[in-house]
Design a protein around this ligand. Structure first.
Ligand code: SF4
Ligand code: SF4
Ligand code: SF4
Length: 199
């Protein structure tokens, strides 16, 4: 992963705080307008049920981001690629890739300490959002439960009580409760679960 600032049309870094607030509000407004248009489009669709069933955006991220990152269109407008979040992260799991913060949960987990949010001056990461990376682990056949052995490591590691262990078969994850921290992944000694979106 390459570190370094990406290409941004206007540098927020160079703006005084009042201009940053103004820019944030403008971006937020644009985004709200877009969401309303998309909502109307969705309501006009004959299969409105499929729209209603769409999971929250935090579970749909294609690129792993810090836990309180704005939705992608807002992140793209607000983040200036300064890397303050990466420097602040005690677990060293953030890198700036193509100008935006990306999480690497392959070798470490996220503590959900939110030091990254505290370091972000542009409101690309904001404390008003729930602390979730937008990723959900998937269990695979390496998990020893799949061949009848017992293990509770992932469940014990989970700070959100999001994992249940059925009497037969793979562990189940509640997408509603999972915060995408990857502690379960780091606790597993047979690579029985992965974050597919983090590849
Ligand atoms: S919440 Fe803490 S551990 Fe997680 S990415 Fe942010 S700074 Fe790193
Ligand atoms: S601290 Fe904020 S503006 Fe800087 S790279 Fe991280 S998310 Fe972007
Ligand atoms: S430890 Fe729990 S909250 Fe963290 S990713 Fe795994 S299931 Fe989700």
């Amino acid at each position: 992963m390459a570190n370094g600032a990406g290409h941004h049309p206007a540098s927020i870094e160079a703006l005084p705080m009042s201009r940053i607030d103004e820019r944030y509000l403008r971006a937020r407004l644009d985004h709200t307008r877009l969401s309303r248009r998309e909502l109307l489009r969705g309501l006009l669709r004959p299969v409105a049920a499929s729209f209603a069933a769409t999971p929250p955006l935090r579970q749909q991220r294609e690129i792993p981001r810090p836990p309180q990152a704005q939705e992608e269109p807002l992140l793209a407008q607000l983040c200036n690629g300064c890397g303050a979040c990466a420097t602040a992260c005690p677990n060293q799991i953030i890198s700036v890739e193509h100008g935006f913060p990306r999480l690497d949960l392959e070798h470490n987990y996220c503590d959900l300490c939110l030091a990254c949010t505290a370091a972000c001056e542009t409101r690309a990461l904001i404390p008003e959002l729930p602390a979730m990376t937008g990723l959900v682990p998937v269990f695979n056949e390496n998990c020893v439960l799949s061949y009848g052995e017992s293990c509770t490591l992932c469940q014990e590691a989970c700070p959100s009580q999001a994992i249940t262990l059925p009497s037969a078969g793979l562990p189940q994850v509640s997408a509603e409760h999972c915060q995408g921290c990857a502690r379960c992944i780091q606790s597993c000694y047979v690579s029985g679960c992965t974050m597919p979106q983090a590849d």
